[in-house]
Design a protein around this ligand. Structure first.
Ligand code: C2E
Ligand code: MG
Ligand code: MG
Ligand code: MG
Length: 279
């Protein structure tokens, strides 16, 4: 029978391909609104401003729980979603949830923002901007409180086109972040000319602040360079007080990491705002 054929084929597959099919099917179920035990939700990691000494926002991080495999790390399910373009509806669901959360918290905290990670494939979809603006309109949030995190990989595709897109988004007041700065393969010259507002310094550089002599660390130079070009900086993956002290001394604008807070459920994110933690 047909069922047998499918099963037989499955059985010959390596574990990795089987896992990929399960994840892809779970994503399909979610996109199609099928009633399954697979769940796509968002966690929010607080971001602390070192100049204002207070929380200024959250990064929205997608989470997938599947019935068969449990929790799937975002880098795994995002890359599978990217292969099949299912990242487009998945990205829309994440954006929708994140902006609903933003609209809920902005009633009490009008200046808190949320940043959303966006894949290159989403960014290059012709109606990306229109769809984003529709969701912003639906939840009546201030576009100034909405940030998009893009990785360096977006530049590789089409540098001119991407800057035109970014201009368009910035005109609406949306904040642009370059994520994981310093780890991509694009040229530094082009990267620093991108029309961004914030540069997020990758954890790779922040980790070095723990075990390397601070005189030999270039994080401070990345911060000065960003400032010269008119960009603010966010340090990623701050886990230790030593890192925090270096970043303060070297004028970093914002920090994010387990030292301040892990990613939180939306309920815990609201409690975190009330608590108003200082570091
Ligand atoms: P990212 O955008 O660079 O997000 C930061 C990652 O670092 C998150 O991992 C966060 O949980 C983790 N992190 C934050 N602080 C610390 C720390 O102090 N120590 C350590 N060890 N880790 C820390 P996560 O949530 O596993 O996400 C991994 C990546 O997956 C993200 O990296 C982003 O590139 C991608 N991703 C997550 N959600 C989405 C999404 O909704 N859409 C897209 N396109 N990509 C997403
Ligand atoms: Mg990010
Ligand atoms: Mg990052
Ligand atoms: Mg990173």
């Amino acid at each position: 029978s047909k069922e047998f054929e499918i099963y037989y084929y499955d059985d010959l597959m390596d574990e990795e391909s089987k896992r990929e099919i399960i994840i892809r099917n779970a994503l399909l179920d979610i996109v199609n609104g099928n009633n399954s035990d697979n769940e796509l939700y968002v966690q929010y990691q607080p971001i602390y401003d070192l100049k204002q000494n207070k929380i200024t926002g959250f990064e929205a991080l997608g989470r997938l729980h599947t019935k068969e495999l449990g929790n799937i790390p975002p880098l795994d399910f995002i890359s599978i979603a990217e292969k099949t373009k299912i990242i487009i509806p998945i990205g829309e669901i994440i954006t929708e949830k994140s902006l609903k959360f933003l609209s809920d918290i902005n009633n009490e905290y009008p200046n808190i923002g949320v940043t959303i990670n966006v894949s290159a494939i989403q960014m290059y979809t012709s109606d990306f901007v229109t769809k984003l603006l529709n969701i912003i309109d639906k939840y009546q949030v201030n576009p100034k409180n909405v940030g998009l995190e893009l990785t360096e990989s977006i530049i590789v595709v089409d540098y001119e086109q991407i800057n035109t897109h970014l201009d368009c988004l910035k005109e609406e007041g949306i904040q642009i972040y370059i994520d994981d700065f310093g780890t991509g393969y694009s040229s530094l010259a082009r990267e620093i000319e991108l029309k961004m507002d914030f540069l997020k310094i990758d954890k790779y550089f922040i980790d070095k602040l723990i075990y390397r002599d601070h005189d030999k660390c270039i994080t401070g130079d990345i911060i000065s360079m960003a400032h010269k070009l008119g960009h603010q900086t966010v340090a990623e993956g701050v886990e230790d007080k030593i890192q925090l002290e270096y970043l303060r001394k070297n004028n970093c604008d914002r920090i994010q990491g387990y030292y301040y807070s892990k990613p939180l459920s939306k309920e815990d994110a609201v409690k975190f705002l009330i608590q108003d933690k200082k570091i």
